[in-house]
Structures are given as C-alpha cells and as structure tokens.
Design a binder for this molecule. Structure first.
Ligand SMILES: Nc1ncnc2c1ncn2[C@@H]1O[C@H](COP(=O)(O)OP(=O)(O)OP(=O)(O)O)[C@@H](O)[C@H]1O
Ligand SMILES: [Mg+2]
Length: 257
C-alpha cells in the first residue's frame, strides 16, 4: 500500500521571467505553493501557464528569477533526483502497445523501485483509487478519453510523487467526467499528502478543489486568492475573468474561455 509522504514539499516562484525571442512570456512572476496544497493556475490561452509549469520540471530555464522545490533549485538535476516530481501531460503520453498495468509498472521497473509483489500491490491500489481496476489488462486504445486521463494520473501516482503537476487534466472531457477527475485530484491530497499544481481553464475544478488559485494574464500574475475570495471579489479584472463569456461546459469551447 502506498504510504503517505511524510514530508510534503513547498514550491517558491521568485521573480520568474522568461522570453522567447522578442516575446516576453513570463514577466516577474512570484508566488509560493505551500506543502500539501492544491494550487490551480488559471489564465487565458497563451498566458504562459504551460511555460511556467515546464520550469518546475527543468524543461525550461529562467531568464531571471528562480524556482525552488522544497527549497532547492528546480534548475538543477540533483533536485529532481532528491525530490519525486511528476508531470501529468495533457495528452497522457501512454505506451500504446502496453497494457494499463504495464504502463503503470514501467517506470518503477525501470528504476527498480519495488520488488514484484510490492509493485503489484501499489499498482492495484492506485488503480482502485482511480476506479479503473477493471482496465488493468486493457490497452490504452480500448479506453475512453476520461479513463486514459485517469491512467495517466495513476502512472504518476505509482511513483509516489511529492509534487504532482497537471497540465489541463480535464480538457476535452464531458462535464461529468471532468467533475469526476477533479474530485479524484481532491481526494489524492488526503491519500498521498502530495503537493499539487494544476494548470486549468476549468473554473468548476478551480473553485471546487483549489486551496488557492493564481490568475495569470499575459505573463503577469494578476492575483493569488482562495476560491471564496475570488467569488466575493468586486475587482473588475477578476469578475470579468470569473464570468464565462461562452459555454465553458462545452469542451469544444473550453480552451477559448
Ligand atoms: N518553446 C517555445 N518557443 C517559442 N515560443 C513559445 C515556446 N513555448 C511557448 N511559447 C509561447 O509562449 C506563450 C505562452 O505559451 P503557453 O504554452 O505557456 O500558454 P498557455 O497559457 O499554456 O496557453 P494554453 O491555455 O493555450 O495552453 C505562447 O505565446 C507561446 O506561443
Ligand atoms: Mg498550456
């Protein structure tokens, strides 16, 4: 059985700036995520959300400022050897020729993390938490989009990460499946005491499960607030942002919202 991580870790983004050529994508962004917190980063398409997330897994390097994970620089491979960080990619990136069980077992086997019986217990436990135990012997192509997302999350959880990052975990899902996934993300906090940072356009997800929400607009952090503070806000930029202009429940339009 996966044990709770005894030590949750926090994240500090300090004066982070990033440009690609002439384009300033992140402009002096600072915020912190507390150990064990669920932090949702929202903002319009092109705001720089995915670029910010990529800094946390050392896929981008800051032009200025720094990113600390558990007090250590994310810009250093040693940090990632010491702290287990997992990024759930939007498309899931599953191995199509492997069963769901083997997809989940792949990285622990590669890294020889557990003996065979322990690995089986851990995989089965995670599949059960995500309600996909019946899919263990299936191939990804035999699953629905919502199930594939759950498999992608499950695969990260088997590694028992201390920091779990998600890029758009509910995009392209129907509203009920999206609500399901966000509920699951919420319960993982209790089960694994993991720190979660979620990039999402999904207001229901943000207001439903976030401890705090950051709003990123054109590379600048507009605010960091709790869901209650956002709902109560009379700040025009925030109320404008919180009010959907189109039907955000329609997955076709969600990325434009
Ligand atoms: N590797 C790159 N090279 C050049 N420009 C990039 C690169 N990665 C991102 N950008 C640009 O940075 C900006 C922010 O991109 P990013 O992917 O972070 O947006 P986002 O907020 O995640 O948007 P979405 O909600 O649509 O996913 C975009 O204008 C994008 O074109
Ligand atoms: Mg993105």
């Amino acid at each position: 059985m996966p044990e709770k991580n005894i030590q949750s870790i926090g994240v500090e983004i300090e004066h982070l700036s990033k440009r690609f050529g002439e384009q300033v994508v992140l402009d002096d962004v600072s915020f912190s995520v507390k150990p064990g917190e669920i932090f949702v980063l929202m903002g319009p398409s092109g705001a720089g959300k995915s670029v910010l997330l990529r800094h946390l897994v050392n896929l981008e390097k800051p032009d200025a400022g720094r990113v600390l994970i558990g007090g250590k620089d994310a810009d250093d491979d040693a940090t990632h050897s010491a702290i287990r960080t997992a990024l759930v990619f939007q498309a899931g990136a599953l191995f199509n020729s492997m069963s769901v069980f083997d997809n989940l077992a792949f990285y622990p086997r590669e890294h020889r993390l557990y003996d065979k019986a322990t690995l089986r217990d851990k995989v089965e436990h995670v599949l059960k938490i995500l309600h996909i135990e019946d899919a263990a012997r299936k191939l990804p192509a035999q699953l629905s989009g919502g199930m594939r997302k759950r498999v992608a999350i499950a695969r990260s959880l088997v590694m028992e990460p201390q920091l779990l990052l998600y890029d758009e975990p509910t995009s392209e899902l129907d509203p009920i499946t999206a609500a399901n996934i966000s509920e699951i993300i919420g319960t993982l906090k209790e089960e694994f005491a993991v720190t979660s940072i979620i990039v999402s356009h999904d207001r229901d997800l943000a207001l439903g499960i976030a401890d705090r929400v950051g709003l990123l607009m054109a590379g600048k952090l507009l605010t960091v607030a709790t869901p209650d503070e956002l709902r109560a806000s009379t700040e025009p930029a925030i109320t404008e942002f919180m009010r959907p202009k189109i039907d955000v429940h329609n997955p076709r339009f969600r990325r434009l919202a």
